[in-house]
Design a protein around this ligand. Structure first.
Ligand SMILES: [Zn+2]
Length: 186
């Protein structure tokens, strides 16, 4: 089956988190999938982010990451996940924040300040810096179904799932299934 970047893949609410969420089931070594492992997946992400990212109005059309910048971009992705996941779980460390700031600033230095169109790596770095410095930490969440990071932009911070139509429904269906099983075996 060919993989495609659907709007669901941009449920993170911030470009930097959508980038971090390109690793699916990050903590399950047997089922973990890195959607950037295929260079075509990484290149296609820039175009899809232009259409679907919650921050697309900030950055405009995004250009793919140049081959020579890919390693720095992947480093940013890992630093983003580590830092914000620890923030949500309440075990953040100043070392991880420093790593994130380093990773973001080293990417920003590679690009002219206001180049248009923006390269995906530069936009993701700016998104990560904004998240780290000016976002209410209570809006940062981890989806209980898929473990993706997301920014809850709802007015009363009431979101549970990264994407109600995918993860919310999946959890509901699974609860329904287990309830039926219990009733049948009762
Ligand atoms: Zn989810």
């Amino acid at each position: 089956m060919t993989f495609s970047w659907t709007p669901h893949r941009f449920a993170g609410g911030a470009l930097a988190l959508d980038v971090a969420n390109s690793v699916v089931l990050r903590f399950d070594p047997a089922r973990r999938i890195d959607r950037y492992a295929d260079p075509a997946g990484l290149d296609g992400f820039a175009d899809a982010a232009t259409r679907f990212s919650a921050e697309n109005v900030l950055f405009g059309p995004l250009e793919p990451v140049l081959p020579e910048n890919r390693a720095a971009f992947l480093h940013l992705r890992e630093a983003t996940d580590r830092h914000f996941r620890a923030e949500v779980l309440g075990n953040s460390s100043s070392q991880w924040l420093a790593d994130l700031l380093d990773a973001a600033s080293s990417i920003i230095r590679r690009h002219p300040l206001k180049s248009m169109p923006t390269a995906l790596d530069a936009a993701a770095a700016r998104s990560a810096l904004t998240l780290a410095t000016s976002v209410d930490p209570e809006r940062l969440k981890i989806c209980p179904n898929c473990q993706w990071l997301f920014l809850d932009r709802s007015r009363n911070r009431s979101r549970t799932w990264c994407d109600m139509t995918v993860c919310g429904n999946r959890m509901k269906a699974s609860r329904h299934y287990h309830r039926q099983k219990r009733e049948l075996s009762a």
